[in-house]
Ligand binder design. Structure first.
Ligand code: UD1
Length: 452
């Protein structure tokens, strides 16, 4: 499977130094995070950690909740800035949202508008997932184009083409999308050029209440798709084939709210496995679902780790020195997940031997390599391929999170490195990892979140 490469269609105010003062005010106004993570590496991790609900499942579930009339209580919902961004969108649309630890209750009945302002769209790229749900619920949606991001251009052509096939009129005008359905959407057969996760989610949302049958061919098969289908089905949707390449949706008149528990986060699981592995540690991951990472687990075994699956728990025991892994090629599910590429690159950068990565999903997903090199890693990137020659040890350095999973890679590298790593731009991490620093502290890491 080839990637779809295309042309890019402070808080506290210091009184000490004027430059710092300027930067603090400037960054504060820009909404930039002035906190850093300081990691004193070289500590072996030992203990147990509980895996949170999956970000990539919680976000589409929250968007779906506006389609289901009444109050949906979404439990095991991680406390992340991306979840807060989704809640902001739901509240803007008129939904009543109550949050308490791990639970988001969305009452969609008072929904009163169908536009999402640019400022809310920009908070999170995956806000595009609201498109299908809004059109299905209100017959229209006005929002800005999500644009590119750290990983590349990230077009939404597949989402738009599919919605058009379902009968939505879409005008793309000066960065805005004006979408209108003249009545109920009409089910049809949609063949995706690529099994896009977001496009599959948008089609599922739009098709659930469409008239007649929709078939999605070459649908994404990720566990998060299965989770979304399970919630929609509980709300009354009629969906067959979730988790397979062909999904059929028999449209129903309306969906009714239902409670739902978010599946465990498979990428958070892989991140902790890599953190345990790189420190020669022993970790028990409570609530992890090994079946969702069946193509990732053999990579840890190849590197010399011992894995034990017990009911509700996955344990990793790592050797003093990891071995190289031959080749990692990212692919749509059930292939190796692109979101696990960066954490594993950090891990292999201290393994004995040469590991090769091929990134097939996103065109620009090796930015963390440059930061790992600052810490002493030996990595050569050429196009979609990265060759990692494992080194004996990394050295702590000042580095920056380049994106969410790239940031996780730098935390892993910092845990393994000799000396101190100071990691900036950690707002990326807060998008996708709840309580990462406190959990790692509990496992024995010396990691602190401090004001810069
Ligand atoms: C989701 C995940 C993200 C993960 C990715 C791939 C969420 C919130 N995010 O992102 O963490 O890395 O799946 O597993 O669930 N593409 C197009 N046109 C489109 C749509 C996608 O060309 O209309 C391309 C993208 O640019 C990318 C590839 O298809 O190269 C995969 O994208 P997609 O599966 O849609 O990922 P997301 O849903 O954005």
């Amino acid at each position: 499977m080839q990637a779809r490469h295309r042309a890019p269609t402070g808080r506290a105010v210091s009184r000490r130094k004027p430059l710092l003062l300027f930067r603090t005010i400037f960054c504060g106004e820009m909404g930039l995070n002035m906190e850093i993570l300081r990691i004193d590496g070289g500590r072996r991790l030992d203990g147990a950690v509980t895996i949170h609900g999956a970000k990539n499942s919680a976000l589409p579930l929250l968007a779906a909740s506006l389609l289901a009339r009444g109050t949906s209580e979404i439990t095991n919902c991680p406390q992340l800035s991306d979840v807060a961004a989704s809640v902001n969108i739901l509240r803007h649309l008129g939904c009543r949202v109550e949050r308490s630890e791990g639970t988001v209750a969305v009452d969609s009945l008072p929904l009163s508008r169908s536009d999402v302002p640019d400022s809310l769209m920009r908070e999170m790229r995956s806000s595009i997932i609201f498109l299908g749900a809004l059109i299905a619920r209100t017959g229209e949606a006005h929002m800005s184009f999500p644009g590119g991001c750290e990983l590349g251009a990230r077009p939404i052509d597949l989402h738009l083409a599919a919605l058009r096939q379902l009968g939505v009129k879409i005008i793309e005008e000066r960065g805005r999308l004006l979408c209108r359905a003249g009545g109920r959407l009409k089910g049809t057969a949609i063949a995706l050029d690529f099994p896009s996760v977001g496009a599959t989610e948008n089609i599922l949302l739009a098709a659930s209440t469409a008239e007649g049958k929709t078939t999605i061919l070459n649908a994404a098969r990720e566990p998060e798709i299965v989770d979304l289908c399970a919630y929609l089905s509980r709300c009354g949707a009629r969906i067959q084939g979730a988790g397979e390449g062909a999904i059929t949706v028999e449209g129903v008149e309306r969906l009714t709210a239902a409670p739902y528990r978010v599946m465990p986060d498979r990428i958070e699981t892989v991140t902790y496995l890599a953190a345990g592995a790189v420190t020669g540690g022993r970790l028990a991951l409570r609530g992890a679902e090994p079946a969702h990472i069946a193509t990732v687990l053999p990579v840890f075994e190849e590197a010399g780790c011992e894995l034990t699956c017990r009911p509700g728990e996955l344990e990793i025991r790592a050797p003093a020195r990891l071995r190289r892994v031959r080749s990692i090629r990212t692919m749509p599910y059930p292939g190796f997940p692109t979101d696990a590429q960066a954490p594993l690159m950090a891990m292999t950068s201290v393994a004995d031997g040469t590991s090769v990565f091929v990134e097939n999903i996103f065109e620009n997903r090796y930015k963390h390599a440059g930061e790992l090199i600052r810490m002493g890693a030996n990595i050569k990137v050429e196009g979609r391929v990265a060759v990692v020659e494992g080194v004996e040890s990394l050295s702590g350095a000042p580095v920056e999170c380049t994106d969410l999973r790239g940031g996780a890679a730098l935390v892993i590298a910092g845990l393994a490195a000799d000396g101190t790593t100071s990691l900036r731009e950690i707002h990326h991490l807060d998008r996708g990892y709840e309580g990462l620093d406190s959990a790692l502290q509990g496992l024995g890491a010396h990691i602190q979140r401090i004001e810069e």
